[in-house]
Ligand binder design. Sequence first.
Ligand code: IPD
Ligand code: CA
Ligand code: CA
Length: 263
Amino acid sequence: MKELIINSAREAGKLLMGKFERGIRVEFKSKFDLVTEADRQSESLIIKRIRNQFPDHDILAEEGDYGCSGSDFRWVIDPLDGTTNYAHGFPWFAVSIALEIRGRLELGVVYNPYVGELYFAERGAGAFLNERRLQVSTIGTMEHSLLATGFAYNHRKCKANNYDYFARFQKESQACRRPGAASLDLASVAAGRFDGFWEMMLKPWDLAAGILLVEEAGGRVSNFDGQPMTLDSLECLASNGLIHTEMQEILQQGCRPHDDLRA
Ligand code: IPD
Ligand code: CA
Ligand code: CA
């Protein structure tokens, strides 16, 4: 399974690179939510590989509905995280694949093919960037932290749109970034490049592999109250652990998402 998850991510990344910057045709799922043929082809490549070996496993992926048989094994797939970046030729995107066994994340891969960085985590065995073992950063105050976030596609319509949080964190941290691929934001927390990350209304495929990476690199992931989060949580706060409470204090004061905001 470890080989399968890594090889599938690498192959899908190769496919994405083959189409990158070649005038890819864009379709709109909604006014701001894009999809390209690269998203769909990457997804079918990954699913084909998984189904070849494990036809009975469940699959949750962004671009299709593959049903749910109640298997103990579920693969959670974002075939192209950072589609907007990809469609505009901005080279920051990834393939994200995770494996849950009986509802627990066991394996995760986030692969950025443009820079050739493959992040891998296995529960209990650590997190790695290519061959290097990962450890979250040791920065202990928000004042000195580099943070990352993102905005859901419905941010123009939602009250919980993240604008106020962004302004607050921008003032109280060293700086905030909005790179455009949540899986890579989480992977970057695991790698100690970002000290913290928050976002609202992410989907299971944005989160799954990244959560395991952060945890296996010694970081902490929760909702905005500090409670454990599931893949269906509307709030994600990930950090090196040391600045978690400081970030939580800000996140508890703002406009937070409710179930009816789920797109
Ligand atoms: C999006 C990216 C982005 C995040 C959005 C996601 P997509 O995923 O991860 O960083 O802010 O909320 O939907 O659509 O590029 O796979
Ligand atoms: Ca995504
Ligand atoms: Ca996607």
